[in-house]
Design a protein around this ligand. Structure first.
Ligand code: DOR
Ligand code: ZN
Length: 340
C-alpha cells in the first residue's frame, strides 16, 4: 500500500551551525520543503545581521540542487528593540522566538521577564509577525512536569489578553492543558513533535533511563500523550508538524548530565506516519504535515509530491555528526512507513 501527499514542511527545526550543520541539514532538506529554523545557536541569532549570516551558512551547507527553504527566526532577549524587529522583518525573518532564560539549550540570553519585551511584542503584533513560544516557566520550585501548565496560567494567558491580535505558535506542546488552551483561544496555534505523540514518560524512565527520549519540554504521562495524538489527528488546522529535531552527539546525550533534544530529522515523516497509522488516521497526515502550518504562516503549499509506502524498515543505530555520531529517535526500532 502506498499514497501520495504534498511535500511537508517542518515548522520547528534545529540544524545547529558549523560542521554539524553540514551533517544534518541535508536530511531535513530531503524530507521537507521548508523549515522554521530555530535561532538558539552559539552565539544566538539576535539581530538582522546574525540572521543573514546564518541563512547564508545554511544555504551553503545544502546538498547541490536542493530547493529547501530555511525560514529564519529571531531570538528574543531582554534587549531586543522594536527597531531590531523591524530590521529583522525587512530581512525576511518570519517570526521571533521567546526562550524564557534558562528554559533549555542555549537559552541563557533569553528573556528574564515577559514585561521586558512588551514593546517588542507590540511591534510584532502591528507587523503581523508571529511569536514562537517555548512555553515553560523556569522557577526552580516548579516541578519540571508542571512547567508548561504553569506557563499557560502565569504567562501565556496574560500575554494573550494584553496583546489580543498577536499571532502565537505554542511550540512543541506536551500537555492536555496546552491542547485545550490552543483550542479555546484565537490567534494561537501549536506545533506537535513526533516524540510527544510516540512516547510518554514511562518510555523515558521505566527499565532504565533512555536519554534519547529526553527533550524539553519533557515528555509527560500517557493521558497527555493521548490528548496530543487526538489534537494531531483532529484535522483542526491549529495543530501542525514541528519536529523540534535537536541533534546532540551520542556522547553529549549518554552522559551524567545529558543534553535535551531528540534527533528525528532523517525519518521525521515516517515517525508521524507511524503515529497516525496506529490510530487509523493516516488520511489526516497531509493536512497536519503539509497544509496547516503553511496556512498559519500565509505561505503557499509546496509543489512537490512525496510518496509514502507501507514497508517495514529499521531505523539506523546512528548517523555521522561532524567528527562524532548522533543517535536518531527510535534507533534500532522497526517503522512501517517509508518515503520512496
Ligand atoms: O529538547 C530540546 N532541545 N528542547 C529545546 O527547547 C531545545 C533543543 C535544543 O536546542 O537542543
Ligand atoms: Zn526546539
Amino acid at each position: 500500500m502506498q499514497f501520495e501527499m504534498i511535500k511537508p514542511d517542518d515548522w520547528h527545526l534545529h540544524v545547529r551551525s558549523g560542521e554539524v550543520l553540514r551533517s544534518v541539514v541535508g536530511m531535513s532538506a530531503k524530507q521537507m520543503g521548508r523549515a522554521i529554523i530555530m535561532p538558539n545557536i552559539k552565539p544566538p541569532v539576535i539581530n538582522a545581521t546574525g540572521v543573514n549570516a546564518y541563512r547564508e551558512e545554511i544555504l551553503s551547507a545544502l546538498p547541490r540542487g536542493s530547493v529547501f527553504k530555511p525560514l529564519m527566526v529571531l531570538y528574543l532577549t531582554d534587549n531586543t528593540t522594536s527597531e531590531m524587529i523591524i530590521k529583522a522583518h525587512n530581512a525576511d525573518v518570519v517570526a521571533a522566538k521567546l526562550y524564557p532564560a534558562g528554559a533549555t539549550t542555549n537559552s541563557d540570553s533569553g528573556v528574564t521577564k515577559i514585561k521586558n519585551i512588551y514593546h517588542t511584542l507590540e511591534t510584532m503584533q502591528k507587523l503581523g509577525m508571529p511569536l514562537l513560544v517555548h512555553g515553560e516557566v523556569t522557577r526552580s520550585e516548579v516541578d519540571i512536569f508542571d512547567r508548561e501548565a504553569v506557563f499557560i496560567d502565569e504567562v501565556l494567558s496574560q500575554v494573550m489578553s494584553d496583546l489580543p491580535e498577536l499571532k502565537i505558535v505554542f511550540e512543541h506542546i506536551t500537555t492536555k492543558n496546552a491542547v485545550d488552551f490552543v483550542c479555546n483561544y484565537d490567534n494561537i496555534a501549536a506545533t506537535i513533535t513526533p516524540q510527544h505523540i510516540l512516547v510518554n514518560r514511562n518510555d523515558m524512565l521505566v527499565g532504565g533511563i533512555k536519554p534519547h527520549n529526553y527533550c524539553l519540554p519533557v515528555v509527560k504521562r500517557a493521558s497527555h500523550q493521548s490528548a496530543l495524538i487526538d489534537a494531531a489527528i483532529s484535522g483542526n488546522p491549529k495543530f501542525f508538524l514541528g519536529t523540534d529535531s535537536a541533534p546532540h552527539s551520542k556522547y553529549d546525550k549518554e552522559s551524567a548530565c545529558g543534553c535535551a533534544g531528540v534527533f528525528s530529522a532523517p525519518h521525521a515523516i515516517e515517525l508521524y506516519a507511524q503515529a497516525f497509522d496506529k490510530v487509523n488516521a493516516i488520511d489526516k497526515l497531509e493536512g497536519f504535515a503539509a497544509k496547516f502550518g503553511a496556512d498559519f504562516y500565509g505561505l503557499p503549499y509546496n509543489n512537490e509530491i512525496i510518496t509514502l509506502k507501507k514497508q517495514d524498515w529499521i531505523v539506523p543505530k546512528n548517523y555521522n555528526f561532524a567528527s562524532n555520531i548522533v543517535v536518531p529517535f527510535m534507533a534500532g526500532k522497526t517503522l512501517s512507513w517509508k518515503v520512496c
